[in-house]
Design a protein around this ligand. Structure first.
Ligand SMILES: Cc1cc2nc3c(=O)[nH]c(=O)nc-3n(C[C@H](O)[C@H](O)[C@H](O)COP(=O)(O)OP(=O)(O)OC[C@H]3O[C@@H](n4cnc5c(N)ncnc54)[C@H](O)[C@@H]3O)c2cc1C
Length: 315
């Protein structure tokens, strides 16, 4: 644990309004576009088959028993299936009659070119996050600008989301101008069969434009926190949809009413970091092996069994 003074000594500039901090030297960091394909190749070396550009349209059941996944290229037989479709999971599950209160917010990130080495770690407070990359540049984000596009599910799950909205209202902007084909778009059909083209085919990659307001705020905070970097420009920017559950804790469970259908989704802004561990736990769960952890907190039924919503870490 670091005191406020120790943080200020560690990070030159005006690092933020911290009361203390935690250093975890054993943590790793990685670029998703390097790490994810590498994990994919490692999975293939171990026998996994990865099929790209191929949407799963729905699941098929015979006599109430799961028989497989219907893809746009045909059927894959299976008696167990994991829905891990990120921001699309809720839409996919709705078509099966499985409801979960997942919603999304758009988050924006920016990158600078190589810059003087101020602090070689990753750091974030409630408003600003930065990390030094291997190429010498910084990756930056503001933690208090997230855009939620109101759709049918926003209304459907409103009551479950009230505690989260109350806790993070200032950091969320609400709008109706959702990017085209956004998972909760008003225009999407909510029910389809395996013979129909699905929303997962009309939008192959969910890649919203970055928020100009967030980019402006990132640039302002960079200069405010690190005046010595005042001439450093943002060189690149991108955005993505962060999918979350109303308590900011993922669901990792088998659907109680549909044997063989498992869900791992709603990882908020933490799914890259905890993804490998979540994958291991889910692999064991699907194989019927004990996970070795108490997974009660991640149960599917917590949003329908009358439990109080206990907020986890922020989005
Ligand atoms: C801007 C931004 C910054 C972030 N920063 C961090 C960070 O610093 N640290 C961190 O830990 N996390 C971070 N996250 C969160 C992290 O990226 C997510 O939690 C994580 O990617 C979720 O993983 P997932 O496997 O559940 O879903 P995804 O990564 O979304 O993967 C789901 C996949 O399923 C595919 N799919 C969906 N539907 C279908 C279908 N019907 N058929 C076939 N395929 C389908 C999708 O195309 C997608 O490839 C960030 C997210 C954003 C948007």
């Amino acid at each position: 644990m670091l005191s406020k003074d120790e943080i200020y000594a560690e990070i030159p500039g005006k690092p933020g309004k911290w009361v203390g901090g935690m250093v975890t030297p054993s943590d790793g960091r990685a670029e998703p576009w390097v790490a994810v394909p590498a994990i994919g190749r490692a999975a293939e070396r171990n026998g996994a088959v990865i099929v790209e550009d191929c949407a799963v349209r729905t699941l098929e059941f015979e006599g109430g028993k799961l028989t497989g996944a219907v893809t746009e290229k045909g059927m894959i037989k299976a008696d167990r299936v994991l829905i891990a479709a990120g921001a699309w999971s809720s839409l996919f599950a709705q078509n099966l009659g499985v409801s979960m209160p997942q919603l999304c917010v758009r988050a924006t990130v920016a990158a600078t070119k190589a810059a003087p080495d101020l602090f070689n770690g990753d750091a974030a407070d409630g408003t600003f996050a930065f990390r030094k990359r291997v190429d010498g540049g910084y990756t930056l984000a503001v933690s208090d600008i997230h855009d939620h596009y109101i759709g049918k599910d926003s209304f459907r799950h409103l009551f479950k989301w009230l505690p989260a909205i109350k806790a993070s209202f200032k950091g969320i902007t609400f709008g109706m101008n959702a990017p085209k084909n956004y998972p909760d778009a008003w225009s999407h059909k909510r029910r389809w069969t395996g013979d129909e083209v699905t929303p997962f085919e009309t939008c192959r990659v969910l890649n919203p434009d970055p928020s100009p307001r967030a980019l402006k705020r990132i640039q302002e905070r960079l200069v405010d926190r690190f005046p010595q970097l005042k001439d450093l420009q943002l060189e690149e920017s991108w955005a993505g949809m962060i999918d979350a559950m109303p308590d900011f804790v993922p669901i990792m469970d088998e659907v109680p009413t549909q044997q063989g259908v498992f869900i791992a989704t709603g990882f908020s802004g933490h799914g890259f970091g905890i993804g490998p561990a979540a994958g291991r736990v889910m692999a064991d769960m699907l194989m019927g092996k004990p996970a070795g952890y108490d997974l009660t907190r991640f149960r599917y039924s917590r949003f329908s069994d009358g439990s109080k919503i206990e907020l986890g870490p922020f989005i």
